[in-house]
Design a protein. Structure first.
Length: 261
């Protein structure tokens, strides 16, 4: 909302500046008028886009249509939903291979944090009636994508998603946050220690609640708490090689979840 207010302030402060050029030649006035209209139109489009994003903060529209079609199918006994942020979103779409031939569904959305994922958990997970959900999230919370977030806030959101999954009869796999020593979009944040803190809690939470903990972290971390060389293109998002490391770990965790009563 602050961004929209800022843009509107620009619109209404810039427009009068153009109108002050009354002494300019007629041709220049016409050109100024055209530039003014173009700028106001462009800013208006930005305001409209930002307003739409605020109106769908959790990005529910992203998968709504696909979810509706998939929910009507009956072959959900072995369905697995991979639920997360850009690391999940990119898996098999822009990088790597996403479990060919398996009834696995990708419901990742780039940039999302756990509170956004909690909002869309019903639509994008529960309504698909999967046997298992694999949740990989938390790094964007630490990066501050939707505001400052403490480990306790992240943990609360995981606990809430786990409670919904249990009530809905869905087995849950919680993945460790992938290692990262920096965020290119939030350079002031040094996430390695907080990632380790949240991962310790996630592992303990899974043990205490009969959930499966999927440990990507130990297989991908370097000595500095970042991603091993070759496993990431930017220190956060896996390369094809990174996804090749993750794939058998995920499969093992899914099979373990399916074998539990």
């Amino acid at each position: 909302m602050k961004q929209i207010t800022f843009l509107l302030t620009i619109v209404f402060s810039v427009v009068p500046l153009w109108s002050q050029s009354n002494a300019a030649p007629l041709g220049r006035e016409a050109a100024d008028a055209q530039r003014r209209e173009a700028m106001v139109s462009a800013l208006g489009e930005q305001v409209h886009q930002m307003d739409a994003e605020l109106g769908d903060w959790a990005d529910l529209h992203r998968y709504r249509s696909e979810d509706g079609k998939l929910a009507q199918t009956s072959d959900s006994k072995q369905r697995v939903v991979f639920y997360g942020d850009s690391i999940t979103d990119s898996w098999g779409r822009s990088t790597g291979s996403f479990f060919p031939g398996k009834p696995y569904v990708n419901r990742g959305i780039s940039g999302q944090t756990t509170p956004q994922m909690l909002v869309r958990f019903q639509q994008d997970v529960v309504h698909l009636h999967p046997a298992v959900v694999v949740v990989l999230a938390g790094t964007n919370d630490i990066a501050g994508n939707t505001g400052q977030s403490t480990p306790e806030m992240i943990e609360d959101n995981f606990a809430s998603m786990a409670a919904i999954a249990k009530q809905s009869g869905i087995r849950m796999v919680i993945a460790s946050i992938l290692p990262a020593s920096h965020y290119s979009w939030s350079p002031a944040i040094h996430p390695a220690d907080e990632i380790r803190t949240v991962n310790r809690w996630l592992k303990q939470f899974c043990a205490q609640n009969g959930l499966v903990y999927l440990d990507y972290y130990d297989s991908m971390v370097d000595s500095q708490g970042g991603m091993r060389e070759g496993y990431s293109s930017d220190g956060v998002h896996p390369t094809a090689e990174g996804y090749r490391v993750m794939t058998p770990l995920a499969e093992e965790a899914i099979q373990k979840a399916l074998s539990t009563q």
